[in-house]
Design a protein around this ligand. Structure first.
Ligand code: PLP
Length: 473
């Protein structure tokens, strides 16, 4: 492809994306309806021997790709958590690919490092964290939490990694979180070398939040058994129900027992752009690390996870390698972001963050988040007022967890099956996409509001679809 063809195809592709977003997508089934293997079968099994096929391939996107796409930016996308990707963010990603620069060191593209510093400084202020925090972009919250747990491990073990690693100690280190913690916490604890036996996933209260009494009991039990408590992971907004762990109380315990406190606010971090939501993570200033995902609700497209630490020198000490070919004359004065996380190579992700923030602005973002919170409250009110329907968790944010009791059904298994079928019916209809999920053994339906184009009328239509699927009119 030469520059002229790139121009021609590129302009056409931007037009296609705008058309997809504006006109095609709203009319398509939200959840892809293809069967396993259906998309793969449309592509040749052998690689192309000769090139020159990009124009034809792009012309086939509607036929061969789109049917296998679930539309995360659809106004009736209520599944998982939002994955908003604004137009401005798309342009930022295009620019990043167009520049094709690596930001592993300041010197390999100074703008990549310095614009990231600027954008992370803006995000820090937007979510109300003090200047004591330093931020860096990671690909995902899973990676950021892994980074946090490795840093916790190294602080507690006196930098065991610089000699025999975890093998050199007899008393194992222990991590604590609630049984509602995201699955990435378990994966990260395993990858960071703690092992499942040394991860305590503690029972939660009626609002599905971590219980401080059980946490302290577990820490004391482990100490008495000769183990070494190491890290606490607090969830501000759990995945199942957006439950809020008591961050301030966890910070007290972290201080008392010398533990690392990591706050996982993957979804809820965006809500902190609203000052009235910041009570939800009161105590966060006393944590060691915080992660939130602008690639969920905020509108900066995947993959853009914001990781903040209070002690960047510790992070760099744990993560840095310093081979001669990466050293430069400026190293003492600049950030080399390869030392702020796991990968060496780094995309210029700051561009999409910068473009999204200058395009939307804080005030419009606040209005959008308030709209979504308001829509969730409205739906919660409908559920509370409707006979036969039950809300299974508080609604502090944009997620409503509900369940329908089947008239005459006595046993839990039948009610579970009935609710799974309601969710599947809605999803199969293509009118909306919701997530069926189990909460402490009970089948529920998670309604996550917050796709950028979702307005009240879409939530009203969803409520009608749910009632219809439950056998009501
Ligand atoms: N933590 C919480 C609370 C989440 O809800 C999620 C994803 O939904 C994650 C972590 C993982 O996010 P990521 O996909 O960025 O790793």
């Amino acid at each position: 492809m030469d520059a002229n063809e790139f121009r021609r195809l590129g302009h056409a592709l931007v037009d296609w994306i705008a058309e997809y977003r504006e006109r095609k997508m709203p009319a398509l089934p939200v959840m892809s309806q293809v069967k396993p293997g259906e998309i793969r079968a449309r592509f040749p099994a052998e690689p192309p021997a000769r090139g020159g096929g990009a124009a034809a391939a792009l012309a086939a996107v509607d036929r061969d790709v789109l049917p296998g796409v679930t539309h995360w930016n659809h106004p009736s996308f209520f599944a998982y958590f939002p994955s908003n990707t604004s137009y401005a963010s798309i342009l930022g990603d295009l620019l990043s690919s167009g520049l094709g620069a690596q930001g592993m060191s300041w010197a390999t593209s100074p703008a990549a490092t310095e614009i990231e510093e600027v954008v992370m400084g803006w995000l820090r202020q937007m979510i109300g964290l003090s200047p004591a925090w330093s931020g860096v972009v990671q690909d995902t919250a899973s990676t950021a939490t892994l980074t946090a747990l490795v840093c916790a491990r190294e602080r507690k073990s006196g930098f065991a990694q610089s000699h025999a690693g975890l093998q050199c100690r007899e008393a194992p280190l222990v991590v604590y979180a609630s049984d509602q913690a995201h699955s990435s916490i378990e994966k990260d604890a395993c990858l960071a070398g703690f092992g499942k036996d040394h991860l305590r996933l503690l029972a939660t209260d009626d609002a599905h939040a971590l219980r401080l009494d059980l946490l302290e009991e577990a820490i004391r039990r482990d100490l008495a058994a000769g183990l070494r408590p190491c890290a606490l992971v607090a969830a501000t907004g759990t995945t199942a129900t957006t439950a809020l762990d008591p961050v301030a109380g966890m910070a007290d315990l972290a201080g008392r027992y010398g533990l690392w406190l990591h706050v996982d606010a993957a979804l809820a971090g965006t809500a902190m752009v609203l000052p009235e939501c910041r009570w939800m993570w009161e105590g966060v200033e006393r944590a060691d690390s915080v992660v939130f995902n602008p690639h969920k609700w905020m509108g900066i497209g995947f993959d853009f996870s914001a990781y903040f630490v209070r002690d960047p020198q510790h992070l760099v000490r744990v993560m840095s390698t310093n081979p001669s070919y990466l050293r430069t004359a400026h190293d003492a004065e600049v950030r080399n972001l390869r030392d702020w996380g796991i990968p060496l190579g780094r995309r210029f992700r700051a561009l999409k963050g910068w473009l999204h923030l200058v395009d939307e602005g804080v005030e419009a973002m606040q209005a959008r988040i308030r709209r979504d919170l308001d829509n969730a409250r409205w739906l919660a009110e409908q559920v509370d007022a409707a006979p036969g329907w039950e809300r299974v968790a508080p609604v502090p944010l944009q997620l409503v967890c509900l369940r329908h009791g089947q008239a005459g059904a006595r046993d839990e298994a039948a009610v579970n099956a009935h609710n799974l079928e309601i969710a599947n019916r809605v999803n199969r209809s293509g009118r909306a996409y919701v997530t069926p999920s189990l909460l402490k053994g009970k089948q529920m339906i998670r309604i996550s509001i917050g796709a950028e184009p979702t307005e009240r009328r879409h939530v009203e239509a969803l409520w009608a679809a749910l009632r219809e699927a439950a056998g009501e009119d």
